[in-house]
Design a protein around this ligand. Structure first.
Ligand SMILES: C[S@@+](CC[C@H](N)C(=O)[O-])C[C@H]1O[C@@H](n2cnc3c(N)ncnc32)[C@H](O)[C@@H]1O
Length: 298
Protein backbone atom coordinates (compact mmCIF):
# COMPACT_ATOMS: atom_id res chain seq x y z
CA UNK A 1 0.00 0.00 0.00
CA UNK A 2 2.95 2.33 0.65
CA UNK A 3 4.23 1.72 -2.84
CA UNK A 4 0.86 2.33 -4.47
CA UNK A 5 -2.74 2.32 -3.35
CA UNK A 6 -4.64 0.54 -6.16
CA UNK A 7 -7.45 2.49 -7.81
CA UNK A 8 -10.83 0.92 -8.67
CA UNK A 9 -9.42 -2.36 -7.41
CA UNK A 10 -12.61 -4.41 -7.22
CA UNK A 11 -14.24 -2.83 -10.25
CA UNK A 12 -11.21 -3.32 -12.54
CA UNK A 13 -10.68 -6.95 -11.51
CA UNK A 14 -14.44 -7.67 -11.67
CA UNK A 15 -14.23 -6.41 -15.26
CA UNK A 16 -11.91 -9.29 -16.11
CA UNK A 17 -14.53 -11.84 -15.07
CA UNK A 18 -11.68 -14.05 -13.79
CA UNK A 19 -12.01 -17.77 -14.54
CA UNK A 20 -10.17 -19.84 -11.94
CA UNK A 21 -8.16 -21.76 -14.54
CA UNK A 22 -7.55 -18.81 -16.86
CA UNK A 23 -4.43 -16.96 -17.97
CA UNK A 24 -4.32 -13.22 -17.19
CA UNK A 25 -1.92 -10.32 -17.70
CA UNK A 26 -1.50 -7.26 -15.52
CA UNK A 27 0.50 -5.01 -17.86
CA UNK A 28 1.15 -2.31 -15.20
CA UNK A 29 2.12 -4.27 -12.10
CA UNK A 30 3.41 -1.37 -9.92
CA UNK A 31 2.80 -2.26 -6.28
CA UNK A 32 0.86 -5.34 -7.36
CA UNK A 33 -2.51 -4.38 -5.87
CA UNK A 34 -4.51 -5.45 -8.91
CA UNK A 35 -2.20 -8.41 -9.54
CA UNK A 36 -2.73 -9.79 -6.04
CA UNK A 37 -6.49 -9.48 -6.40
CA UNK A 38 -6.39 -11.42 -9.69
CA UNK A 39 -4.28 -14.16 -8.05
CA UNK A 40 -6.80 -14.40 -5.20
CA UNK A 41 -9.51 -15.19 -7.72
CA UNK A 42 -7.43 -17.74 -9.65
CA UNK A 43 -7.41 -21.45 -8.83
CA UNK A 44 -4.30 -23.65 -8.68
CA UNK A 45 -4.23 -24.03 -12.49
CA UNK A 46 -4.55 -20.30 -13.20
CA UNK A 47 -1.65 -18.13 -14.32
CA UNK A 48 -0.84 -14.43 -14.02
CA UNK A 49 1.80 -12.65 -16.06
CA UNK A 50 2.70 -9.09 -15.12
CA UNK A 51 4.72 -6.36 -16.83
CA UNK A 52 6.40 -3.28 -15.41
CA UNK A 53 9.21 -1.34 -17.01
CA UNK A 54 10.30 0.14 -13.67
CA UNK A 55 12.93 -1.93 -11.85
CA UNK A 56 11.59 -0.71 -8.50
CA UNK A 57 8.36 -2.63 -9.14
CA UNK A 58 10.37 -5.88 -9.03
CA UNK A 59 10.63 -5.43 -5.25
CA UNK A 60 6.90 -6.11 -5.06
CA UNK A 61 7.07 -9.44 -6.83
CA UNK A 62 4.83 -12.20 -5.51
CA UNK A 63 6.20 -15.55 -4.46
CA UNK A 64 3.66 -17.77 -6.18
CA UNK A 65 4.25 -20.46 -8.80
CA UNK A 66 1.27 -19.14 -10.78
CA UNK A 67 2.93 -15.72 -11.16
CA UNK A 68 5.59 -14.36 -13.53
CA UNK A 69 6.76 -10.72 -13.43
CA UNK A 70 8.41 -9.39 -16.58
CA UNK A 71 10.53 -6.22 -16.31
CA UNK A 72 9.67 -4.92 -19.78
CA UNK A 73 7.59 -2.34 -21.54
CA UNK A 74 4.06 -3.57 -22.25
CA UNK A 75 4.49 -2.48 -25.85
CA UNK A 76 6.25 -5.87 -26.21
CA UNK A 77 3.27 -7.78 -24.80
CA UNK A 78 2.90 -10.35 -27.57
CA UNK A 79 6.61 -11.02 -27.86
CA UNK A 80 7.13 -11.76 -24.16
CA UNK A 81 3.93 -13.75 -23.75
CA UNK A 82 5.00 -15.92 -26.65
CA UNK A 83 8.45 -16.28 -25.10
CA UNK A 84 6.85 -17.56 -21.89
CA UNK A 85 4.60 -19.95 -23.79
CA UNK A 86 1.29 -18.05 -23.63
CA UNK A 87 -0.07 -17.23 -27.08
CA UNK A 88 -3.58 -16.34 -25.94
CA UNK A 89 -4.88 -15.06 -22.63
CA UNK A 90 -8.28 -14.69 -20.96
CA UNK A 91 -7.86 -11.15 -19.72
CA UNK A 92 -5.63 -8.08 -19.75
CA UNK A 93 -5.66 -5.39 -17.07
CA UNK A 94 -4.00 -2.02 -17.64
CA UNK A 95 -3.76 0.72 -15.00
CA UNK A 96 -1.90 3.40 -16.91
CA UNK A 97 0.17 6.26 -15.61
CA UNK A 98 2.54 6.73 -12.71
CA UNK A 99 2.65 4.86 -9.40
CA UNK A 100 2.61 6.71 -6.08
CA UNK A 101 6.11 5.36 -5.51
CA UNK A 102 7.34 7.04 -8.68
CA UNK A 103 5.74 10.32 -7.57
CA UNK A 104 6.98 10.05 -4.00
CA UNK A 105 10.67 9.35 -4.65
CA UNK A 106 12.04 12.86 -5.21
CA UNK A 107 15.03 11.81 -7.39
CA UNK A 108 12.75 10.25 -10.00
CA UNK A 109 11.69 13.78 -10.89
CA UNK A 110 7.96 13.04 -11.45
CA UNK A 111 6.58 15.29 -8.75
CA UNK A 112 6.13 19.05 -8.82
CA UNK A 113 6.54 18.95 -5.02
CA UNK A 114 10.27 18.28 -4.99
CA UNK A 115 13.48 19.75 -6.33
CA UNK A 116 15.24 17.16 -8.48
CA UNK A 117 17.27 16.58 -11.61
CA UNK A 118 15.16 16.44 -14.76
CA UNK A 119 14.50 12.72 -15.19
CA UNK A 120 10.91 11.26 -15.21
CA UNK A 121 11.92 7.94 -16.75
CA UNK A 122 9.78 4.97 -15.70
CA UNK A 123 12.38 2.70 -17.27
CA UNK A 124 15.62 3.71 -15.54
CA UNK A 125 17.68 2.43 -18.51
CA UNK A 126 15.92 4.54 -21.11
CA UNK A 127 18.06 7.09 -22.95
CA UNK A 128 15.19 9.56 -23.17
CA UNK A 129 14.85 11.65 -20.01
CA UNK A 130 13.26 14.98 -19.17
CA UNK A 131 16.76 16.47 -19.41
CA UNK A 132 16.99 15.31 -23.03
CA UNK A 133 13.53 16.64 -23.95
CA UNK A 134 14.22 20.06 -22.43
CA UNK A 135 17.83 20.45 -23.58
CA UNK A 136 18.05 18.54 -26.88
CA UNK A 137 14.65 18.80 -28.57
CA UNK A 138 14.31 21.71 -30.96
CA UNK A 139 11.90 24.53 -30.22
CA UNK A 140 9.07 23.14 -32.39
CA UNK A 141 9.34 19.71 -30.76
CA UNK A 142 9.11 21.20 -27.26
CA UNK A 143 6.17 23.35 -28.34
CA UNK A 144 4.38 20.30 -29.75
CA UNK A 145 4.99 18.24 -26.59
CA UNK A 146 3.50 21.06 -24.45
CA UNK A 147 0.60 21.57 -26.85
CA UNK A 148 -0.33 17.95 -27.45
CA UNK A 149 0.33 16.38 -24.09
CA UNK A 150 -0.17 19.34 -21.75
CA UNK A 151 -2.83 21.19 -23.76
CA UNK A 152 -0.94 24.37 -22.81
CA UNK A 153 -2.03 27.43 -24.75
CA UNK A 154 1.24 29.19 -23.95
CA UNK A 155 3.30 26.34 -25.42
CA UNK A 156 5.02 28.43 -28.16
CA UNK A 157 6.19 31.08 -25.68
CA UNK A 158 7.30 28.44 -23.18
CA UNK A 159 9.34 26.59 -25.81
CA UNK A 160 10.95 29.89 -26.86
CA UNK A 161 12.02 30.72 -23.29
CA UNK A 162 13.48 27.25 -22.76
CA UNK A 163 15.52 27.44 -25.96
CA UNK A 164 16.77 30.95 -25.11
CA UNK A 165 17.85 29.90 -21.63
CA UNK A 166 19.63 26.73 -22.64
CA UNK A 167 21.66 28.59 -25.28
CA UNK A 168 23.78 29.78 -22.35
CA UNK A 169 22.83 27.45 -19.45
CA UNK A 170 21.82 23.81 -19.61
CA UNK A 171 18.53 23.28 -17.75
CA UNK A 172 19.37 20.41 -15.42
CA UNK A 173 16.97 20.66 -12.52
CA UNK A 174 13.29 21.14 -11.81
CA UNK A 175 14.07 24.40 -9.96
CA UNK A 176 15.84 25.75 -13.01
CA UNK A 177 12.95 24.77 -15.31
CA UNK A 178 10.43 26.35 -12.93
CA UNK A 179 12.54 29.51 -12.82
CA UNK A 180 12.62 29.71 -16.64
CA UNK A 181 8.85 29.25 -16.86
CA UNK A 182 7.99 31.26 -13.75
CA UNK A 183 5.98 33.90 -15.54
CA UNK A 184 3.52 31.21 -16.60
CA UNK A 185 3.21 29.55 -13.23
CA UNK A 186 3.14 32.37 -10.75
CA UNK A 187 -0.53 33.33 -10.83
CA UNK A 188 -3.47 31.60 -9.19
CA UNK A 189 -3.41 28.62 -11.57
CA UNK A 190 0.13 27.85 -10.54
CA UNK A 191 -0.43 24.26 -9.54
CA UNK A 192 -2.54 23.40 -12.57
CA UNK A 193 -0.09 24.85 -15.11
CA UNK A 194 2.88 23.19 -13.47
CA UNK A 195 1.04 19.86 -13.43
CA UNK A 196 0.27 20.25 -17.15
CA UNK A 197 3.94 21.01 -17.91
CA UNK A 198 5.09 17.96 -15.95
CA UNK A 199 2.43 15.74 -17.50
CA UNK A 200 3.48 16.79 -21.00
CA UNK A 201 7.17 16.10 -20.39
CA UNK A 202 6.43 12.78 -18.68
CA UNK A 203 4.21 11.53 -21.50
CA UNK A 204 6.94 12.35 -24.01
CA UNK A 205 9.79 10.88 -21.93
CA UNK A 206 7.95 7.59 -21.51
CA UNK A 207 6.42 7.63 -25.00
CA UNK A 208 3.17 6.88 -23.23
CA UNK A 209 0.81 7.47 -26.13
CA UNK A 210 2.85 5.33 -28.53
CA UNK A 211 3.12 2.51 -25.94
CA UNK A 212 -0.61 2.63 -25.21
CA UNK A 213 -1.49 2.44 -28.91
CA UNK A 214 0.93 -0.43 -29.49
CA UNK A 215 -0.53 -2.29 -26.52
CA UNK A 216 -4.14 -1.82 -27.62
CA UNK A 217 -3.36 -2.93 -31.17
CA UNK A 218 -2.07 -6.26 -29.79
CA UNK A 219 -5.06 -6.84 -27.51
CA UNK A 220 -7.46 -8.41 -30.06
CA UNK A 221 -4.76 -10.82 -31.20
CA UNK A 222 -3.73 -11.84 -27.70
CA UNK A 223 -7.22 -12.28 -26.17
CA UNK A 224 -9.25 -15.46 -26.64
CA UNK A 225 -12.82 -14.94 -27.89
CA UNK A 226 -14.80 -13.76 -24.87
CA UNK A 227 -11.56 -12.61 -23.19
CA UNK A 228 -11.67 -9.29 -21.34
CA UNK A 229 -9.77 -6.00 -21.38
CA UNK A 230 -10.03 -3.81 -18.28
CA UNK A 231 -8.35 -0.42 -18.66
CA UNK A 232 -7.93 2.47 -16.21
CA UNK A 233 -6.87 5.83 -17.72
CA UNK A 234 -5.92 9.02 -15.91
CA UNK A 235 -6.20 11.72 -18.55
CA UNK A 236 -8.40 12.49 -21.52
CA UNK A 237 -5.73 11.73 -24.14
CA UNK A 238 -5.49 8.14 -22.90
CA UNK A 239 -9.19 7.68 -22.28
CA UNK A 240 -10.10 8.97 -25.74
CA UNK A 241 -7.80 6.42 -27.38
CA UNK A 242 -9.11 3.56 -25.21
CA UNK A 243 -12.72 4.54 -25.90
CA UNK A 244 -12.22 4.82 -29.66
CA UNK A 245 -10.30 1.58 -29.84
CA UNK A 246 -13.01 -0.31 -27.97
CA UNK A 247 -15.68 1.17 -30.23
CA UNK A 248 -13.93 0.98 -33.60
CA UNK A 249 -10.78 -1.12 -33.25
CA UNK A 250 -9.02 2.00 -34.56
CA UNK A 251 -7.78 5.30 -33.17
CA UNK A 252 -9.10 7.42 -36.02
CA UNK A 253 -11.74 7.13 -38.71
CA UNK A 254 -14.36 4.47 -39.21
CA UNK A 255 -13.85 0.70 -39.28
CA UNK A 256 -14.37 -1.38 -42.45
CA UNK A 257 -17.78 -2.94 -43.07
CA UNK A 258 -18.31 -6.65 -43.72
CA UNK A 259 -20.36 -7.99 -46.69
CA UNK A 260 -23.59 -7.33 -44.77
CA UNK A 261 -22.65 -3.73 -44.16
CA UNK A 262 -21.88 -4.21 -40.45
CA UNK A 263 -18.80 -2.63 -38.93
CA UNK A 264 -16.00 -5.13 -38.40
CA UNK A 265 -14.72 -4.50 -34.90
CA UNK A 266 -12.63 -6.81 -32.70
CA UNK A 267 -14.05 -5.79 -29.29
CA UNK A 268 -17.39 -4.91 -27.76
CA UNK A 269 -17.77 -2.74 -24.71
CA UNK A 270 -18.98 -4.25 -21.47
CA UNK A 271 -21.04 -1.85 -19.35
CA UNK A 272 -20.43 1.88 -19.29
CA UNK A 273 -17.70 4.13 -18.02
CA UNK A 274 -16.79 3.47 -14.38
CA UNK A 275 -15.29 6.16 -12.12
CA UNK A 276 -14.26 5.96 -8.46
CA UNK A 277 -16.83 6.64 -5.76
CA UNK A 278 -16.65 9.83 -3.68
CA UNK A 279 -15.50 7.68 -0.78
CA UNK A 280 -12.58 6.25 -2.78
CA UNK A 281 -11.51 9.72 -3.95
CA UNK A 282 -11.70 11.00 -0.37
CA UNK A 283 -9.49 8.19 0.80
CA UNK A 284 -7.11 8.29 -2.20
CA UNK A 285 -6.93 11.61 -4.02
CA UNK A 286 -4.90 10.03 -6.82
CA UNK A 287 -8.06 8.17 -7.86
CA UNK A 288 -9.86 11.39 -8.78
CA UNK A 289 -9.13 11.37 -12.52
CA UNK A 290 -9.46 7.60 -13.03
CA UNK A 291 -11.75 6.21 -15.75
CA UNK A 292 -12.30 2.49 -16.17
CA UNK A 293 -13.51 0.90 -19.40
CA UNK A 294 -14.09 -2.80 -19.97
CA UNK A 295 -14.35 -4.63 -23.28
CA UNK A 296 -14.70 -8.20 -24.51
CA UNK A 297 -13.10 -9.83 -27.56
CA UNK A 298 -15.74 -10.77 -30.11
C1 LIG B 1 -0.59 3.34 -11.84
S1 LIG B 1 0.76 2.27 -11.64
C2 LIG B 1 0.02 0.69 -11.51
C3 LIG B 1 -0.35 0.33 -10.12
C4 LIG B 1 -0.83 -1.10 -9.94
N1 LIG B 1 -2.04 -1.37 -10.65
C5 LIG B 1 -1.00 -1.42 -8.47
O1 LIG B 1 -2.07 -1.92 -8.08
O2 LIG B 1 -0.08 -1.18 -7.69
C6 LIG B 1 1.42 2.16 -13.26
C7 LIG B 1 2.63 1.27 -13.38
O3 LIG B 1 2.77 0.92 -14.74
C8 LIG B 1 4.09 1.02 -15.14
N2 LIG B 1 4.10 1.34 -16.56
C9 LIG B 1 3.61 2.46 -17.15
N3 LIG B 1 3.77 2.40 -18.47
C10 LIG B 1 4.36 1.19 -18.74
C11 LIG B 1 4.77 0.54 -19.93
N4 LIG B 1 4.64 1.13 -21.12
N5 LIG B 1 5.29 -0.69 -19.83
C12 LIG B 1 5.45 -1.29 -18.62
N6 LIG B 1 5.11 -0.71 -17.46
C13 LIG B 1 4.56 0.51 -17.51
C14 LIG B 1 4.69 2.10 -14.28
O4 LIG B 1 6.09 1.92 -14.12
C15 LIG B 1 3.93 1.94 -12.96
O5 LIG B 1 4.62 1.12 -12.06
Amino acid sequence: MDYHNPVLLTEAVDGLNVKPGGVYVDVTFGGGGHGREILKRLGPKGKLFAFDQDKDALLNTIDDSRFKLINENFRFLKRFLRFYGAKKVDGILADFGVSSHQFDVAERGFSTRFEADLDMRMDQDSKLSAFHVINKYDEEQIRDVFLQYGELRQAPAMARLIVEERATNEIKSSEHLKEVLKKFVKHKNEHKVLAQIYQAIRIEVNQEIEALKELLLQVPEVLVTGGRLSCISYHSLEDRLVKRFIRNGLFEGEPERDVYGNFEVPLKKVGGLIVPSKAEIKENSRARSAKLRVAEKI
